[in-house]
Design a protein around this ligand. Structure first.
Ligand SMILES: C[S@@+](CC[C@H](N)C(=O)[O-])C[C@H]1O[C@@H](n2cnc3c(N)ncnc32)[C@H](O)[C@@H]1O
Length: 420
């Protein structure tokens, strides 16, 4: 597995660091994707699905009749780009979508995927998200898994903040420190025993040998919730264990970056996981926790859970006071099952819906009509239509049953609302 030899090792300055990062993704576009698979399935993820953008940033009220300008910053092999471009096309929204990445090899994969799907209206750029002034302002920016690879992440946050339209929104993902337990141990060991003389293929081989040789007490081996080194091919393993420029965030650190860039955090995803009350029932503890501010509470929840390997956040400009999730369901609201499980084979008598979050299984109690409601949350039917379809219960009996679904499932990003 001989590959080209990107210059690696300790980067001396910012441009060396960026060149090393670019070389990695020229060599190993991430994630590994085969454009032909676009014929078989649409990959969904978070952030940047259209239902999420509409729910978290536009209160469920995105004006779909207006053209929508999107930037996918550090778009890699195109996962967010393809998902959002396809969803906008399916929704009939006129979109002007821009993709930018340092890596021409990653761009080629993303372009090929768009071509297989026949997606139009995408402009591809090769370059840095730090140099996007000429692209204009955007209604939505996706930046997933990129900012933590910049030599100075704050420069990236600021560049994206400057590119947001006044009512625009940013969906970002950065690594979470606690759920990445063991990653940085492995990175340190691999730095110690590989060097500039090893090409990426040799480094991947050494990493696999080290994983095989590690005792079961090793912190990465004891962390079952990271899978890139097992399931992500060479690109996934390299990205996780051999990256030259990689940092992870605790909640307060991420909040400080957002704040410093002149942005406002609208919501974490999944929001319930950032609330200590999601885990704790003890009243004395909850009373003490109520004295903390929202970021302190979110940071507490992160420490308590200990399993967050990434943080997904929706943000807007600090001067945009309007943005945010909808207040709650009304008869005209259209519920959307997000990243939906398949309810076709699920028995109507099911009493609870288990959802597993990085090792933590939450059993959500279901109301009597819960499964029949969920089957119809397709992003087209309003709640009133659903109510009539499943027996015409009057609204005041129907609504509490729907609330029993909406409150927990929206907290886990599984059930969202739009108000067409
Ligand atoms: C881990 S990959 C994530 C790709 C994609 N966003 C995803 O989530 O699948 C990081 C990507 O960011 C790109 N990248 C890193 N620094 C960048 C920069 N300053 N400007 C643009 N792209 C950058 C890399 O080339 C790489 O494709």
């Amino acid at each position: 597995m001989a590959r080209s030899k990107p210059s690696r090792g300790a980067a001396k300055n910012k441009s060396d660091t960026v060149a090393t990062v670019k070389a990695q993704y020229e060599d190993l576009p991430y994630p590994e994707r085969n454009p032909a698979d676009e014929k078989k399935r649409l990959l969904l993820g978070s952030p940047s699905g259209l239902p999420e953008i509409e729910h978290y940033l536009y209160g469920g009220r995105l004006d779909r009749s207006k053209p929508f300008r999107v930037l996918v910053a550090g778009g890699g092999a195109g996962d967010a780009l393809i998902m959002l471009a396809q969803q906008l096309a399916d929704a009939g929204v006129a979109a002007d979508i821009h993709y930018i990445d340092l890596s021409t090899a990653s761009r080629a994969v993303a372009e090929a995927r768009a071509e297989v799907r026949g997606l139009a209206g995408i402009t591809f750029h090769t370059g840095s998200l730090l140099e996007i002034e000429s692209l204009g302002l955007f209604d939505y920016i996706d930046c997933t898994g990129v900012l933590h690879h910049l030599p100075v992440p704050q420069e990236g946050f600021q560049s994206l903040a400057r590119a947001l339209a006044p009512q625009g929104g940013l969906g970002l993902m950065v690594y979470g420190a606690l759920g990445r337990t063991g990653v940085y141990d492995m990175q340190a060991m691999l730095r110690a025993i590989t060097g500039a003389e090893d090409d990426s293929g040799a480094k991947v081989t050494v990493a696999r040998r080290l994983l095989d040789a590690s005792p079961p007490t090793n912190r990465l081996l004891r962390n079952p919730y990271l899978t890139d080194h097992k399931e992500g091919g060479d690109a996934g393993l390299y990205d996780l264990l051999l990256h030259s420029t990689d940092r992870a965030y605790r909640v307060p650190e991420l909040a400080a970056e957002i704040d410093q860039a002149g942005l406002r955090l609208v919501s974490f995803v999944e929001p319930a996981r950032y609330d200590p009350g999601f885990y704790i029932r003890d009243k004395e503890l909850l009373t003490r926790l109520s004295a903390l501010d929202p970021i302190e509470r979110a940071g507490f929840a992160e420490l308590l859970a200990g399993n967050m390997s990434k943080h997904i956040a929706y943000c807007v400009r600090a001067d945009n006071a309007d943005a945010g999730p909808p207040e709650g369901p009304t008869a005209g609201a259209v519920p959307v099952l997000n990243l939906s499980p398949d309810f076709k084979g699920v028995a109507s008598g099911l009493k609870e819906l288990p959802i597993t979050l990085d090792g933590l299984t939450v059993k959500n109690p279901l109301p009597p009509l819960g499964i029949e409601m969920l089957k119809r949350c397709d992003g087209r039917r309003s709640l009133d239509t659903i109510r009539r379809e499943i027996g015409g219960l009057d609204w005041f009996r129907f609504k509490p049953q729907f609330d029993m679904l909406y409150k927990p499932l929206s907290g886990l990003n599984k059930l969202l609302l739009r108000f067409p």
